[in-house]
Design a protein around this ligand. Sequence first.
Ligand code: FAD
Length: 400
Amino acid sequence: MKILILGGGFGGIYTLKYLGKFLNKNEVILVNDNEYFLFTPLLIDFVCGFVSEEAVRVYFKEISKSLRFKFISGKVNKIDLNKKLVYVNQEEINYEILVICLGAEVNYYNIIGKENCWSLKRLDSALKLKNHIFEIFEKEKYKENFDEFLTFVIVGGGATGVELVGNLSDLFFRIMKNKISKKVLERIRIILVEGKNEILTQFSEKMRKAALLKLKEKGIKLILGKIVTEVGENFVKLGDEIIYTRTTIWTAGIKANLPEIIGDFLKDNSGRLLVNENLQLLKSNSEAYNDVFCLGDIACFLENQRQLSQSAQVATKQAKVLAFNIKNLNNKKTFKYKHSGDIISLGFYYAVAQIFNIFISGFFVSLLKRFIYLVKMISFPHKIKILENLISFLFFKRVL
Ligand SMILES: Cc1cc2nc3c(=O)[nH]c(=O)nc-3n(C[C@H](O)[C@H](O)[C@H](O)COP(=O)(O)OP(=O)(O)OC[C@H]3O[C@@H](n4cnc5c(N)ncnc54)[C@H](O)[C@@H]3O)c2cc1C
């Protein structure tokens, strides 16, 4: 059987992992537009210099032998469901089983000046952001204009935005505080903008309250219930209000990474591909393709009429059932999502969590979160790298 997997993120790599020995007897091809798997949950730690680029990026060539797949580097431009062909660069690839897990990209909702935003969905954008932040201090760029260079505006009060402001605060006020003059430190402002009246709306009330308290304690300015209307090179506008900044970081939304698709299929309002209970792509007559599966951020799986969150937790759990279903095409399992819990880190030294309905918080929760990353990282040498980085940061405050 020829299995073609589009996208080597959490959905794709975990599908390969769970296919296991089945891969020995079948041909498996993975297509991805860059050459590595990116461990996104550690991207904020990467931007803040707590872990290195090598720790968060796993080249496919390093794991293709152990996970038994052939890797093709290229962009998926088109999928023809009728002809069972996928177009990658200028080439056609046929399949017997297709797995679509191309993830999502940043959604700027047509905001004016989106090109002036920084983002951290991909490694290249996260790297640019990291260099930008560190250069402000290393090259003393703030001397050009204190307010613009020392004001950091993060748009989006979801998990990524909240974790980012918390970690940036630790970077500036705990890690870099001996290297930056008091005068400069006093002028740093971190602002979190959220269109709704609350942050972390997807999380439990206890988590929301504890996070809010911690952010206030850290001196982070919260602007709630206001929408960003324009972003310029040195400003961000919230209606009539204008904030001068060289760093507007957009974490306010994502949209499915859909290539052109020929054939009959269903998608939801936000462009996510609708799947049935076995994670197979649905047609407009509500029947499903027997040979096309979707998972992760690009898939819309409805549970009790509600969409699941777009998270690595969901993608990896779907991968387990999806791999089983590929191995047992005539005896498929229904996907039932069991949430393991949530952890939000509000810096390197504090996190809040709701695990099996129990609320916990503190430094050890932050360590627990990083320990879970170690367990979830797909390659053993990378687990070691992450561990080394975190230990050297924790004990020697080594910023990478
Ligand atoms: C900063 C950050 C922190 C996060 N933290 C957490 C967390 O702590 N916990 C959690 O559960 N989730 C977290 N997430 C969400 C998580 O990363 C995603 O939900 C998860 O990666 C989804 O898996 P996926 O396989 O659907 O997509 P992805 O992992 O994004 O993989 C998609 C892959 O497809 C490739 N691709 C895209 N388009 C094309 C194309 N046209 N052709 C070829 N290849 C293509 C991409 O390069 C990528 O490798 C975080 C996300 C970010 C950005």
